[in-house]
Design a protein around this ligand. Sequence first.
Ligand SMILES: *Cc1c(COP(=O)(O)O)cnc(C)c1O
Ligand SMILES: [Zn+2]
Length: 400
Amino acid sequence: MRVGAVRAGMSVEVTCYDCGDSYALADRKRCECGEPLWIAGDVTAFDPDDGAYGVGRYGDLLPVDPVGVGTGTGGTPLVRTEGLDDVVGCRLHVKDEGENPTGSFKDRGSAVGVAYAHERGANRVGTVSHGNMAMSMSAHAASVGMGCVVLVPARIPPGRLGLIAQYDPDLVQAEGDYGRLYYEALEAGPALGVEFVNSDTPLRVAGQKTVAFEIFEAFGGVPDGVVLPVSSGGHASAVWKGFRELERAGVADRVPPLYFVQAAACDPIAQAYRNGDDEVTPVEPGETIAFSIANGSPPSGNRALAAARRTGGAVLSVPDDEIREATDRMARQAGLCVEPACATPVAGLRHLSADGAVDDEAEVVAIATGTGFKELGGEADVDAATVAVSDLERELGSAL
Ligand SMILES: *Cc1c(COP(=O)(O)O)cnc(C)c1O
Ligand SMILES: [Zn+2]
């Protein structure tokens, strides 16, 4: 059953997880109460379409079918990473979201956001991001010939700008409070004819929830825990929603505990969790190597907090030295190249197992949210020997 029949011209309904109010998607992206909205709908069945790839497999539970590069989004592997079991203290599986078209899970949300705007005949989408989401939206829009407005901060490293610019979006550098830009863009979008698909907007959450469906199918049930990095809280909300829908459809008997991990330098959601607060208080972000998860004022922070608490999970934070070590271990002990933000679950799991929250028999899924290939520069700390080709056997023998 299609939750929002865009093609039939019906309006898509969105609801508030907190107060239960509902609206038409076209009218609002956030609730009157201040909390974020997500797409409603009675989930009564889970019938993946075996004829469609990735996100498109779950078209029945999406407002629209993917188009363009969106048709090649999702369907990422769930890798059993035995080499990391001793490190994390449980049986680890890594959902490798770096395999998406632009190398991160953001492609799932962009696939649905761009397809929705495309079907309604819009000629532009937009987003507020200086990283993976900007690349992702630009690529998906380009693949169907749509324009894409990307609002980036005034001070952005040239390398990042280049990664986004290759898809030729309308890049706009914004001066001033970048945190406010999220809200200002949503406000300005309708008048400008731009569908803004920001970090936790309903269409983005709809696309991103499909990772839960894939984990459920690949794992053959509900794992003992799912661990992921959290920044805006959009992805965390989506994983929560995806497992809730499986439970409502009657195919899953429970929602797994959801564990969210932040970098210690910017951990407003983890702080609220530790303090027993119901609301996240914004923080001034500090410097961290996990730059993709450094949102000091997360728009879905309260929703992520609710997801962790109501599923029996937790929100924790880990310092940069532990994130760096986890990034190295993922490469050296599992063959996975991830950006530092994506190694936070491995770093966080070490604490969870040390505290007894997960045991060594637990089957746990860590979501590696994005590839590390975008980040590799020339300054790696490399240890390599030199040999002559003409005397390879002898030289190689002594070099090894
Ligand atoms: C965006 C992003 C996150 C954080 O997701 P949120 O939905 O903002 O919480 C984590 N990891 C990577 C690689 C990202 O690009
Ligand atoms: Zn509300």
